[in-house]
Design a protein around this ligand. Structure first.
Ligand SMILES: [Zn+2]
Length: 370
């Protein structure tokens, strides 16, 4: 039995207390002094639930689209930074490469390195392609989808698509029938088209504001459709480059807890020095915390870890428990991971120990220190 003492970050408050871990589970927890004497005291630090990132392309110099060995390296990088559960996002590529990627990564899901795969594309709107290669985008193709889902062997957790493309709406229905979550993103849909996709079963908006038709006061587009639909959760990239701090605060105000998902959309440059990196076979450049395509035309994911995002949001005057749940409990719930996401007896012992400035001191995953 391991006993930790510190400020426990719960979904709605912070309490000074203790937490016991036994055989990979949180065995007990409470406020005040610990009942055991053999206590690891953290001296004013925080205990957070292990963070859950549902949109991530890599980190620590490695990409999820560079084979299983690199995928494990990227997952290790994020775990050491506090993200104990990560979904690997696969960007747009050729049909052959896409099938190869999911085949390689399925093994990483089966062995617990990843919690699932997120296909970001290829059925995206070229008008809102961001860093995705427009020449590789294609219209929803049910035959290709069947192939990819078969190659992925049940590991695809979510697909991002643009529902306004020809065949987009029926693809939403096909994915729902296959028990795959559907996210609306890289889309030029109107508000009405977006709502139709939600009616058909889409439940997530991929990095709200980024890669979608912007808000106009006569056409609210996907942003307002998603914000106003209680069936839908919204991803937000809080690196200070993708969305301004005041817009982020507004979104936190508008969305009830459970509907805002902090994601990194991190690329291999996360945790690395300024310079060139590879993303989806293309060169991207990290400079002063922003990652862009080599031609500078678009942001190309972020250099965040999820704990960086939590720290940013807190520095923008949002409450710590709300920021943490948006990076743990809420994405876990969206992903159907009921055994993690908060500090609670009986759940998996995924715990991030930080100092008072939310810098990582130690990470426990499944009851073991990393
Ligand atoms: Zn992405």
């Amino acid at each position: 039995v391991t006993t930790l003492r510190g400020n426990l970050v719960l979904p709605d408050r912070v309490i000074e207390g203790w937490l016991e871990v036994n055989e990979g589970r949180i065995a007990a927890m409470g406020a005040g002094p610990a009942r055991s004497s053999a206590v690891t005291d953290l001296g004013g630090g925080y205990l957070l639930p292990g963070l859950v990132d549902m949109h991530c392309h890599g980190g620590g110099g490695a990409g999820f689209d560079q084979g299983a060995a690199h995928a494990r390296e990227a997952a290790r990088f994020h775990a050491a930074a506090g993200t104990t559960s990560v979904v690997a996002s696969i960007g747009t590529s050729t049909p052959d490469r896409l099938r190869e990627h999911v085949t390689e990564l399925a093994s990483c899901v089966h062995d617990g390195t990843l919690v699932g795969l997120h296909l970001e594309g290829p059925y995206l709107n070229p008008r809102r392609c961001g860093a995705h290669r427009p020449d590789l985008l294609r219209l929803p193709d049910p035959g290709e989808l069947e192939d990819v889902l078969a190659a992925a062997d049940g590991t695809v957790a979510m697909v991002t698509l643009a529902p306004e493309l020809a065949g987009g709406m029926s693809m939403v229905e096909r994915l729902r029938a296959a028990a795959v979550r559907v996210a609306v993103g890289h889309t030029d849909a109107t508000a009405a088209q977006t709502t139709a996709a939600f009616d058909a079963g889409a439940t997530v908006a991929t990095h709200l504001f980024n890669g979608m038709r912007p808000v106009h006061h006569r056409e609210g587009g996907p942003v307002l459709a998603a914000l106003q639909d209680r069936r839908v959760a919204c991803e937000l990239i809080c690196d200070g480059h993708h969305v301004a701090a005041d817009v982020c605060r507004l979104v936190f105000d508008v969305l009830e807890p459970g509907r805002l998902l902090l994601v990194t959309d991190a690329c291999p440059a996360a945790g690395m020095p300024d310079g060139p990196y590879r993303l989806g076979g293309e060169e991207v450049v990290l400079h002063h915390g922003a990652v862009r395509t080599a031609d500078g035309r678009s942001l190309a994911g972020s250099a965040l870890t999820l704990l960086d995002a939590v720290r940013n949001v807190v520095s923008w005057s949002l409450p710590l428990p709300r920021a943490v749940r948006a990076a743990s409990l809420d994405p876990a719930t969206v992903l159907g991971l009921t055994d993690r996401g908060r500090l609670e007896p009986g759940l998996r012992a995924d715990v991030v120990v930080t100092d008072e400035h939310l810098q990582v001191r130690a990470v426990m995953r499944d009851g073991s220190w990393l």
